[in-house]
Design a protein around this ligand. Sequence first.
Ligand code: DC
Length: 219
Amino acid sequence: MEEFVVTVDGPAGSGKSTIAKIVAKKYDLTYLDTGAMYRMIALYSLENRVNLEDERSVVEMLENTKLDIIGNQFFLNGKDVSAEIRTPEVSAVVSPVAAIKAVRVKLVELQREISKGKRIILDGRDIGTVVFPKAQVKIFLVASPEERARRRLNEYKEKGIEEDYESVLNSIKERDHIDSTRKESPLKKAEDAIEIDSSKMSIDEVVEAISNCIDRKVG
Ligand code: DC
């Protein structure tokens, strides 16, 4: 089977994972949430109080973390951490963890390995620029920080996590800043990516826009 790669990059809360899951189902693609992989490393660093400033500790951490993804379940060293990786505590530390070069090298390699020979859609920050610069379809999904904060707040509410709008908005803005100004693979639109602003679009409308891009490639 020929590899077919769709990349969806964009800032936190732009709707990447919701949209990518629907598109995956529609086109029978495997879906890989690469943010969840960074979140698993961030969770490990929290639980084990890893000193992220110390290179040796980071290398040791990477040697000691085995990530397995089965469907939409995420296993860190054999333990299902699908819920833990979505907490505000993990969100607060994941950006600095994702800015570490050694972390990115390990996860990019794993992302390519998982994708090998597959028809797949991946979402993240650097998928169209670094992980799969030759992907057949590249989407850059954006939305205003305020709209993204509202969406995140709703997600938390559904999970019974109490947070207030201002702190979610601040956390999103802070993560945007770290993600787009970091030295290693900053969040940016690939030159050949199609930009979609989902602020005022329904989920169906975004799915349709992406479907049109895919149909143009495969049709
Ligand atoms: O999409 P998310 O909020 O689950 O991503 C969590 C963090 O991981 C976010 O701060 C950016 C980082 N990330 C990254 O640097 N590269 C990716 N391909 C995916 C996520």
